[in-house]
Design a protein around this ligand. Structure first.
Ligand code: NAG
Ligand code: NAG
Ligand code: NAG
Ligand code: NAG
Ligand code: NAG
Ligand code: NAG
Ligand code: NAG
Length: 883
């Protein structure tokens, strides 16, 4: 049975003094003193109240005051759960086809209103590496996020985990069979499941925890009493605030290098409290507790398994290489809201932007693209008498309503605005029609959707928000502004699928879904879309830029790397920050360094605000301009490699920009690194992130690494010339035992290293992706210490829909062994003939070869400084040998 703590019997605000029976005064009860500080789970998380002994004891919790910390700092909670705090008990547990179903019963009320007495527990052993645990109200349906997770029909046969329950109090115990590591133990604190307060805590097997976005933080989160809040919010990225998107997913590294991930599928306002136990508490104010747990065992596999649930990104399109016009390497012109008439979506400023249609036509003639912004809010006032988007949206009833059934009016850039309800399928049709009308004038190639948290310059609406438990819930997570309606719409706003309270964090996802499908309908090609607000599964529809950061701060540039890596974990590989920063004025040094880093953002775009120092390459000195141009050309030369990484992301959920520990999970030294990252398995990027230096210290994991510039040098001339132009001296490869190295990094230089054992497909860069794509391939072979190397290439036309599904692509595997090298095309189709290998460079060859054969025929070659580059050019289709 449940043991009822004596101090709870008959407790109520009126008999506080009595029930405490000896609590008041200096000595807390022994059971409270028994709880070590790191294990104290917060019983009074309300941040706007300084908890007193009375308040704490009214909840039946232990109160031990510790010295106050600096303003805004959290520490050991003063009010925490005693070990015997009442929780649920597991009453029955029956087998089902996929797992188990159980009943949880609470016999003792907790302290939030509408405690749910009886819960249903569903456990599904979905795969050998994936477990699904759901806890919900046994009697009444509750809001659930409509994510179409592929159904599993067969119970996992040999799970690599074992699951046990504690019956009373109820708790989940999850272990990795191979190591016995306890991944979850939820008996560490009581389970609470009230209508608007759901809380579950667990111990963690280590302190190496990542994910939990969107936040501005180091990649590795601190577990030193750190609370992260999830509620989509428009604010300049700031440490410890809830930001634009919500991703309740974490990845954790276990001792020995295994990894697991946990995803809570819940869209309500939420927070996660981390503590040094190490422990974690999920606290959400609605929905259900719906967990997916991924057992890896390596971090790459965790992310792949996560994407089997939330979905993978679509096929890449060539838009992964966009750049601002005015740069010497224009690929795409973007427009912020300035192109609009009065900042109203789907309009054109008739003074300054009359020529936009012909500009776009001109861009297209030169193989360039045009991408414009759309804001979520639709102007509700029409200075010209009529404004179709609003008038028609109103007529069809497509906007968020107030509780009185009127469109909710807030304020954004155009002034008063209504907010489209993207949870309504009719809104998708109306959105498509709006885009079609605009496309008829301006044939855009992609869209970036902004202000879709949704952002509102007013709190709630022009009339505020009505009283009630949606806008003023019993518990409000630690959101910026202390209110759910801070700089957004009222939580009580009505939407087709539910109340905004449940849908807020899904707004950007639902808008992205509508926009991506409209783009496909209009253009018949792969959609190009980036969104500011995001939620799990967003990667299927859009990429993400990391918001509006500051041009004058070096730390903003650093934070873009943790941001990049976190979104890789979230299954949104198309991600990048505004290069050189958005607001504030940049400097030449910062902008040069940022261009170098930004050239390796999967989504690479320079974006500035108005009335600040220009920051495109032409705004700077010739030296800076050259450095910027060089690094952008380097990016373009790597397009085939990057494109192939995106293909693998689409196919199996691989990451593109990757933390070092994904490749070296057993090397603990890599677990904290977030000032460097990899492209795929094999290209290490070590940017300079501080002013006034000409060197950078970075970690070089164990193995052979080659300096990228020495590697590519002989191969970038238009035709291989013989003998090759002067080469840098030897020493371009290094064998690391896994160490921090100081590397030269003058302003014009970005450190890039190619991992031994890899083959990178590259191309001579052109001024646009289109021009680049027409050039023959140059294969860079970086031999391992065993003289082997491997690489692959995916190639198609870069924009048609479903090329992979239709088989209209080339996929070539390159494999170098000690006996020779070969390539194998795994599939064909008309695109296969388009791949031509122009140059091959083999790096790390210890002595000159006697001859080089191509399909049995001897070919001339050059050898210098451990590099061999045969001279030939071969159109490559299907099986055969390019070398
Ligand atoms: C488990 O089975 C028993 C006996 O058939 C039944 O009474 C109980 O309701 C079942 N519990 C659940 C959660 O289905
Ligand atoms: C969990 O249950 C399995 C059997 O399913 C058992 O082998 C294991 O020892 C149990 N673990 C714990 C911690 O009770
Ligand atoms: C789970 O946590 C409880 C409470 O802290 C503890 O007593 C128990 O030993 C833990 N179980 C395991 C298997 O770690
Ligand atoms: C909002 O109100 C309009 C009428 O003003 C109605 O047509 C529409 O269905 C309402 N939408 C929702 C989600 O209640
Ligand atoms: C295959 O791709 C090529 C290149 O874009 C295109 O011209 C052709 O129409 C495509 N064929 C099919 C069957 O889709
Ligand atoms: C490369 O070729 C060797 C020898 O044929 C083979 O053993 C190896 O599996 C191949 N590697 C890959 C990744 O295809
Ligand atoms: C500090 C700073 O520059 N903040 C700005 C960041 O960008 C937003 C726009 O989204 C501005 O409103 C902030 O003032």
């Amino acid at each position: 049975g449940v043991s009822v703590p004596p101090h709870l019997a008959g407790s109520g605000p009126s008999d506080l003094g009595k029930v405490s029976g000896g609590w008041l005064g200096p000595t807390p009860p022994p059971k409270c003193l028994l709880v070590p500080e790191s294990q104290r789970f917060d019983c009074y998380p309300e941040r706007r109240v300084v908890v007193t002994q009375e308040l704490c004891e009214s909840r039946g919790c232990c109160f031990i005051q510790s010295p106050p910390l600096a303003e805004g700092k959290q520490g050991v909670p003063w009010c925490f759960y005693p070990p015997d705090f009442p929780s649920y008990a597991l009453e029955s547990l029956n087998q089902t086809a996929l797992g188990m179903v159980g009943v949880l019963v609470r016999r003792e009320k907790a302290y939030y209103p509408r405690d749910i007495e009886k819960l249903r527990l569903d456990v599904e052993f979905e795969t050998d590496t994936r477990l699904h645990i759901k806890i919900t109200d046994a009697a009444n349906p509750r809001y659930e996020v409509p994510l179409d997770v592929p159904r599993v029909t067969k119970r996992a046969e040999n799970p690599i985990y074992s699951l046990n329950f504690s019956w009373d109090p109820f708790g989940v115990l999850l272990q990795r069979k191979a190591t016995g590591a306890v991944l979850l133990n939820t008996t560490v604190a009581p389970l609470i499941f009230a209508d608007q307060f759901l809380q579950i805590s667990t111990s963690l097997p280590s302190k190496f925890l990542y994910g939990l976005g969107e936040h501005r933080d180091s990649f590795l989160h601190s577990l030193d009493w750190n609370t992260l809040t999830f509620w989509a919010r428009d604010v300049a990225p700031t440490e410890s605030f809830n930001l634009y998107g919500a991703h309740p997913f974490y990845l954790l590294m276990e001792e020995g290098g295994n990894a697991h991930g946990v995803f809570l599928l819940n869209s309500n306002a939420m927070e996660v409290a981390l503590q040094p136990a190490p422990g974690l508490t999920w606290r959400t104010i609605g929905g259900v507790l719906d967990f997916y747990i991924f057992l890896g065992p390596d971090p790459n596999m965790v992310i792949q398994q996560y994407q089997q649930v939330i979905g993978k990104c679509p096929h890449p399109n060539t838009a992964i290489c966009r750049h601002l016009l005015h740069a010497h390497i224009p690929d795409a012109q973007w427009n912020d809201i300035d192109y609009m008439d009065g900042y109203r979506d789907f309009t054109l400023d008739s003074q300054k932007f009359t020529s936009l249609p012909s500009l776009v036509e001109d861009l297209h003639k030169h193989g360039q693209r045009y991408v414009m912004i759309l804001d979520a809010g639709i102007s509700s006032t029409s200075p010209h008498g009529s404004y179709w988007p609003f008038d028609e949206g109103l007529r069809r009833g497509l906007f968020l309503n107030t509780t009185k059934g009127q469109p909710l009016i807030g304020q954004v850039w155009p002034g008063f605005t209504a907010f489209p309800d993207f949870s309504n399928p009719d809104t998708h049709q109306w959105w498509l029609e709006n885009l079609q009308h605009f496309y008829a004038h301006v044939p855009f190639d992609g869209v970036w959707i902004d202000m879709n948290e949704p952002s509102n310059f007013m709190d709630g609406s022009e009339d505020g928000c009505p009283p009630g438990e949606l806008d003023s819930p019993p518990y409000t997570p630690a959101v910026l502004g202390d209110s759910l309606s801070a700089k957004t719409v009222c939580a009580s706003a009505e939407q087709k699928a539910s109340v905004h309270y449940n849908l807020h964090n899904l707004y950007g996802l639902m808008e992205a879904k509508a926009t991506a499908s409209a783009l496909v309908r209009i253009r018949g090609k792969r959609p190009f879309l980036v969104s500011r607000s995001t939620f799990p599964s967003q990667g299927r529809y859009s990429g993400h830029w990391l918001g509006d950061n500051r041009s004058h701060q070096w730390k903003d540039m650093y934070y873009s790397i943790p941001g990049l890596l976190s979104f890789s974990l979230f299954g949104i590989p198309l991600v990048g920050a505004d290069i050189c920063g958005f607001s504030g004025s940049t400097s030449e040094e910062l902008c040069t360094r940022w261009m170098q880093l930004g050239a390796f953002y999967p989504f690479s775009r320079n974006h500035n605000t108005q009335n600040e120092q220009a920051q495109d390459p032409t705004a700077f000195s010739p030296a800076a301009r050259t450095a910027m141009k060089d690094v952008l050309l380097t990016r373009y030369s790597l397009l085939p490699f990057l494109y192939t990484l995106f293909h693998r992301a689409h196919l199996q959920g691989d990451t593109v920009a990757r933390p070092l520990f994904f490749e070296f999970p057993r090397d603990v030294a890599t677990w904290e690194l977030d000032r460097q990252f990899l492209w795929g398995q094999s290209l290490l990027v070590t940017p300079v992130l501080e002013p006034g230096v000409d060197s950078v210290t970075g970690y070089i994991p164990q193995g052979t690494w080659y300096d990228f510039y020495t590697v590519r040098n002989p191969c970038l001339s238009p035709e291989p010339s013989h003998p090759c132009p002067s080469l840098p001296a030897q020493g371009s490869s290094l064998n690391s035992s896994g160490e921090m190295l100081k590397m030269s990094a003058p302003l014009e230089h970005l450190n890039l290293h190619v991992r031994g054992g890899s083959i990178l497909p590259t191309q001579k860069p052109g001024t646009t992706t289109g021009v680049t794509r027409g050039n023959p391939l140059r294969l860079i072979v970086a031999l391992s210490s065993h003289a082997t190397a491997w690489g692959d290439l995916f190639w198609d036309d870069g924009e048609s829909l479903d090329t992979f599904e239709k088989g209209n692509y080339s996929y070539v595997v390159f494999n170098v062994t000690q006996v020779g090298c070969g390539g194998e095309g795994r599939s064909g189709g008309p695109m296969a003939t388009k791949v031509t290998i122009g140059t091959l460079s083999i790096f790390g060859v210890q002595k000159p070869p006697s001859k080089v054969l191509l399909n049995g025929q001897e070919k001339p070659f050059s050898y210098l400084d451990n590099q061999v580059w045969p001279h030939f050019r071969v159109p490559f289709a299907g099986r055969g040998s390019p070398c």
